[in-house]
Design a protein around this ligand. Structure first.
Ligand code: CP
Ligand code: NVA
Length: 299
């Protein structure tokens, strides 16, 4: 059976714990994993821009002793014009062992993963960003020993990163406050209803939602591929500034998957400030993805 990594809600707590455990071990002792992927090749298709995901998968796979090839969707005919995507995958599977895809069409990734041809890793879609949130959970666990009683607050858009955070929260059941403009929240009610539980609380006021929170998390207001520029007006008062950080718990951390728009969803003072762990988050992407690669390759 082919193993995929398309969404966190496809996993049990036990499986995710295992991936996180491996990531911690790799981080502690990278040398002992330096040949675990010898003879394996990871293919990467980016249909959207990427700095962190591209670098962390590329360097991460090489540090495990494996090879990486970046494939341009158009060049290899992954656009379904020359041949079907499943036919492309069948050929790819003769040469490579796993494919990471970043695209704007989550349904496509789901479909491809169900073909059972080659392991598919979701490197971000319009719907979710599971590698990011699992990496962020590693960062959270490093900062707080007891994450079960942790209060996390998400302030911002209802987007792909948040959906993966909600998937994670549904598995680990930590306290999560969502501070989202009401108009944007209403548009996403259908998704939210399925993910509702008593540890998930909804706010529209960033000050109320961030009170005593140990972790303040945000992301851009306009994700890649989002054309709804008009929604930016709903984010008045949503910029994470010193006032919001001071309102959170004393030792609160600030998280952002990056890239950030300084002065929009977060001030430079907070992004570069002492509560910010954004660079640690970026670095942890590599360890978690190395663990994900080991997971998909494991027989
Ligand atoms: N956070 C993240 O996925 O960054 P990139 O878009 O640069 O890969
Ligand atoms: N929500 C952002 C995340 C970027 C890593 C986007 O999709 O553009």
């Amino acid at each position: 059976m082919i193993k995929n990594f398309t969404d966190l809600n496809k996993f049990s707590k036990k499986e995710l714990d295992e991936i996180i455990k491996i990531a911690k071990k790799i981080k502690k002792n990278p040398k002992s994993y330096s040949s675990i992927c010898k003879g394996k090749t990871l293919g990467m298709i980016f249909e959207k821009q990427s700095l962190r995901t591209r670098l962390s998968f590329n360097i991460g796979m090489k540090k495990l002793g494996g090879d990486v090839i970046e494939l341009n969707s158009k060049d290899i005919g992954f656009d379904s014009i020359r041949e079907t995507r499943s036919d492309v995958l069948k050929v790819l599977s003769q040469f490579i062992d796993c494919i990471m895809i970043r695209n704007n069409n989550h349904k496509e990734i789901t479909k491809l993963s169900q073909l059972n041809i080659i392991p598919i890793i979701n490197g971000l879609t319009d719907y979710s960003h599971p590698c990011q949130i699992l990496g962020d959970f590693l960062t959270i666990q490093e900062k707080f020993k007891n994450y079960k009683n942790l209060q996390i607050t998400w302030i911002g858009d209802f987007n792909n990163v948040l959906i993966s955070l909600l998937h994670l929260q549904n598995i680990y059941l930590f306290n999560l406050n969502l501070v989202i403009p009401t108009k944007i929240l209403n548009k996403n009610k259908k998704i939210l209803i399925k993910l509702q539980n008593k540890r998930l609380k909804i706010y529209s006021d960033p000050i109320k939602g961030s009170k005593n929170s140990k972790c303040i998390m945000t992301d851009v207001w306009m994700s890649m591929g989002d054309t709804n520029k008009a929604k930016v007006k709903y984010f008045k008062n949503f910029t994470i500034n010193k006032k919001i950080i001071d309102n959170a718990a004393k030792d609160a951390i600030f998280m952002h998957c990056l890239p950030a728009k300084r002065g929009k969803e977060v001030t430079s003072e907070v992004l570069d400030g002492r509560n910010s762990v954004v660079l640690e988050q970026a670095k942890n992407r590599m360890f978690i993805q190395q663990a994900i690669l080991i997971y998909v390759f494991k027989k």
